[in-house]
Design a protein around this ligand. Sequence first.
Ligand SMILES: *[C@@H]1O[C@H](CO)[C@@H](O)[C@H](O)[C@H]1NC(C)=O
Length: 210
Amino acid sequence: MDVNILTFVLLSTPILGAVIPIQKWQPGTRYRADSIRAQVKLELFIDLLCPDSGAVWPEAKRIAETYGEDQVDLVVHQYPLPYHQHAHLAAQGFYLVQDLMNDTWAFNYMEWVLERSDLFRSPSTETRTTVEIKSFLAEYVRGIPGNRLSSAQFVRYVDFYRNPAVYAWKYGAQRGVSGTPWYFVNGVDLGISHALMYEEFSNLLDRLLN
Ligand SMILES: *[C@@H]1O[C@H](CO)[C@@H](O)[C@H](O)[C@H]1NC(C)=O
């Protein structure tokens, strides 16, 4: 077979048959909108009901705040794990708040859920229905001033955000993410799934920045 034809077939097949629909937007949510041109890109895959994700988030946030948007581009991907029962619903809530409010409020929601993730996991949830879990997640909106998003709206609309959460999961799965937290630095998979602490992040970053 002609080499050029072979190349064409290899290149075109995955595009025509893409298993994940290609979206207009970039996957993930930038912690700081202006960090897009930073020297190092740090991608963090987290599950809102995962205790280790809860442990890593303050450390990653401190990294982004200390290094600043010229040096570190922190991008967060939702990755609801199948073995955390209500994780998908919690991720849907993130996209709802992001869409109806903005990224700042979505990160605020993320922190709120991470801080109480044990209440959304078994055994706390064993006798709770999905409707009750939705109402419980909706309690977050009480912290939003001016009634700009009501808890009733949260409960009513949260299922409309199934697709972005499904997409986020497919995206992570295709990149080989098999747990949370999970990291890519400048696109390279660190291949670890435990909570890194500030010093571990900074040791890695300092080598790349100097
Ligand atoms: C989101 O909205 C709040 C006000 O409710 C504002 O302070 C904040 O800067 C906004 N964030 C973004 C990323 O636009």
